[in-house]
Ligand binder design. Sequence first.
Ligand SMILES: C[S@@+](CC[C@H](N)C(=O)[O-])C[C@H]1O[C@@H](n2cnc3c(N)ncnc32)[C@H](O)[C@@H]1O
Length: 231
Amino acid sequence: MAEMQTIAPSSVNLMLTDPPYNLGEFMKQRETNLGQMRDNFFVSAGWDNGSDIIWVDLMESLFRQSSRIMAPGGSAIVFMSILKVEAIVTIAKKYGFYYKTTGIWHKRNPMPRNMNLHYINSTECWIYFVYKKRTGTFNNNGRAVHDFIETSVTPASERKWGKHPTQKPVALMKHFIDHLTDPGEHVLDPFMGSGSTGVAAATSERKFTGIEIENTYFTIAESRINEAADG
Ligand SMILES: C[S@@+](CC[C@H](N)C(=O)[O-])C[C@H]1O[C@@H](n2cnc3c(N)ncnc32)[C@H](O)[C@@H]1O
């Protein structure tokens, strides 16, 4: 998370991010056939295999670094597996993030994998915080907005620059950016992957900073965001 040190203090209005869920070890202990199960179920990606200690350190580092660069009253949305919500809330509170709610993202059309054996995995959650205040920007235009959002899985048209195994749909990211920031404000995604947050930020005319450890994904993100910014 060293790259976050280059971001100006108190300059981020929304941190919208989808960090590693770290479910690799959990699935292994259950003797799950990862090869068959993880694709479109949890994830099929090396970054998700760290030990719990490494994952907690990474999340501590994320919130410690972000507490320096968040504007007071700025918001954070962190996607996470339901199993890890409590761990994230505990860490975030230590660094001045006020917990608002845990919401659900429902995928309308997930792969119906093993549909005769168990419930199809079709949800992920997102945790909503406000930094140093109890409320932040909330552009609801007078409408009641539920803590539940439903979209289809990422469409093929959003994968034309290359594939990422856990790519989020742009519509999902735009939902949060439009509610929680105003045009011209600064959105950060420190685990940018293929750049869906950046594409949504460009579409909604927000400034964007993205960080990604894997060159291949960084290149995909750059191409997607540049294309969105060019309109
Ligand atoms: C769950 S994915 C994010 C996917 C993204 N939301 C998208 O729509 O493509 C998490 C990403 O974090 C990256 N990552 C893991 N550890 C990282 C670190 N220490 N610093 C920056 N990126 C990291 C992984 O390479 C992966 O692309």
